[in-house]
Design a protein around this ligand. Structure first.
Ligand code: GDG
Length: 481
């Protein structure tokens, strides 16, 4: 691709850091998946990135080593509350995750969401104008808008800037639910129209894509479909595609066998000697099924006294959205559950059965835990894709380990792993407790074979393939082919 790339996302791809030498504030590119994925493209073609920062005025125009102009969108605290904590995370998030929590519908949040999407569109229009005037590029930029925080931006941008020559794409990182769920939202038409202004709309799976197409057909008369495209009554075509996001598999394989990871792993092996390790790694989010998983562990220990003292369950729960009530409540529930299990099954002078961290760990520690695990428990109630599953199999294969992956039928990742994962229905707590036991009992050669097969599937469709497929679909959608 030769067009400069303009990315629009909730967050900027940079974070503040303190210079260890003199304690000064510096900026660095963040380690997030999207930034890593787009780096090779922007290194080559350059471009701009539009995102929110809580100190927009303090954000530099550029950061060393990242070939994009930064455009920070400044928001007031009230705007962040209404747009981010409110409409995005308490209305859309639970609704799009099949109502695993009750969505809260509040008209004020909706108004703020519109205002903030307009602010993003305005900053994007300005960045487009600048990119066009720059002498560095002969081609028009390509705009790529990310995720459920910004569903109105494609349409708002089209209305405020001349974009006839600008390919515009939108990608949804969370599931798109069945039409009857979307239909509950009072502002469903506006959200769909917002997305439909893009040339291409991308989803992780064919099912989410089909849900979107059906919702559009049901809500807007006169819409027809033509292959991958929706044909709108005004003659426009919107390409609707399914491209599963992934990870930088080579980088994870390298990380998994680095000296720092090996050192962490040696410590962990010593600490957990004589015990099989079950592992969970999630943002502390009610979609991730952490409570059901803990209940399944409790049932397992209750039913099989021989396993007590011989298995440990490690749950890394990364703090998330703790400004939102449902997330604070979840933390209390999870911690009560952990306390109950440890209270029931800890023997005097022995280690606890559940090791629970309410914090993130370093990348090296994370890779070491992935390698250590005998069973990785990825049991979300609903998950757009789930990158933890892909990282786990990649690290295991790189270290020639033989763990098992227990994977929810409701995670997008299940489609790529077929029968190699131990499939589970995370709502069936008792069934889950039996599957945990059977995953532990799979023969070692079988586990190793499955890990290698899943890692191969990840390598074949890594995150660079996702970027390339998405950008190509946006170009094709724009060209009307
Ligand atoms: C959303 C969708 C979709 C976790 N703990 C630590 C840590 N992590 C990193 C993992 C992984 C990332 O966080 C989590 O990504 P997931 O994909 O599993 O989940 P969400 O955050 O819910 O992401 C999801 C994704 O968007 C992409 O489209 O797959 O379905 O919900 O990369 O490694 N990283 C470090 N320490 C930790 O303790 N360093």
């Amino acid at each position: 691709m030769t067009r400069p790339l303009v990315v629009v996302a909730n967050r900027l791809p940079v974070s503040r850091a303190t210079d260890p030498a003199d304690g000064r504030l510096t900026w660095q590119a963040s380690a997030g998946g999207l930034v890593t994925a787009l780096r090779p493209v922007v290194d080559e073609v350059g471009g701009a990135w539009i995102g929110y920062d809580d100190d927009a005025a303090g954000v530099p125009d550029r950061v060393d080593g990242l070939n994009v102009d930064l455009h920070a969108v400044g928001l007031s605290r009230a705007q962040v509350r209404g747009y981010y904590h409110g409409f995005s995370n308490r209305t859309v998030w639970p609704l799009f995750h099949d109502l695993v929590a009750d969505p809260v519908v509040d008209r004020r949040w909706w108004h703020t969401y519109q205002d903030v999407n307009r602010a993003f569109a305005e900053v994007t229009a300005g960045a487009l104008e600048r990119a066009r005037q720059s002498e560095d590029h002969d081609e028009q930029p390509l705009v790529w808008i990310q995720d459920y925080h910004l569903m109105l931006v494609p349409e708002m941008l089209r209305n405020m800037a001349s974009t006839a020559d600008t390919p515009v794409g939108f990608f949804l990182h969370i599931p798109f639910p069945p039409p009857e769920l979307v239909a509950r939202l009072p502002w469903r038409d506006q959200l769909l129209q917002g997305m439909l202004a893009a040339d291409a709309v991308g989803f992780h799976t064919v099912r989410y894509r089909d849900n979107f197409v059906r919702a559009v057909q049901q809500l807007f008369p006169g819409v027809t479909t033509l292959g991958d495209s929706i044909a709108l009554p005004d003659g426009r075509h919107v390409r609707c595609v399914a491209h599963p996001i992934s990870i930088d598999a080579d980088a994870f394989a390298e990380l998994a066998t680095s000296a720092a990871t090996e050192a962490e792993l040696a410590d962990l092996r010593e600490q957990f000697a004589g015990r099989r390790v079950l592992l969970g790694v999630d943002r502390l989010d009610y979609t991730k099924g952490i409570r059901h998983r803990l209940q399944a562990i409790e049932l397992l220990l209750e039913r099989e006294p021989d396993l007590r003292g011989k298995v440990a369950f490690v749950q890394i729960a990364v703090p998330s959205r703790d400004d939102v009530k449902e997330y604070r409540d979840l933390r209390t529930e999870v911690e009560t559950e952990v306390g109950r299990i440890n209270g029931r099954f800890t023997e005097p002078g022995h280690d606890v059965p559940v090791h629970y961290f309410y914090r993130g760990v370093s990348r090296e520690q994370l890779a070491a835990y992935y390698r250590l695990a005998d069973v990785m428990c990825v049991t979300p109630l609903k998950d757009g894709m789930n990158l933890v599953a892909k990282e786990f199999v990649t690290c295991q294969a790189a270290g020639d380990e033989a763990g098992a992956l227990l994977l929810s039928e409701f995670a997008g990742a299940i489609l790529e792993f077929g029968e190699q994962a131990v499939r589970c229905n995370p709502f069936d707590v008792e069934g889950l407790s039996y599957l945990l036991a059977s995953a532990l009992e799979l023969p070692e050669t079988e586990r190793r074979r499955r890990i290698q097969a899943m890692a191969e599937a990840v390598r074949e469709r890594d995150v660079y393939r996702w970027v390339a497929d998405e950008l190509a679909a946006i170009e094709r959608g724009h060209g009307g082919i």
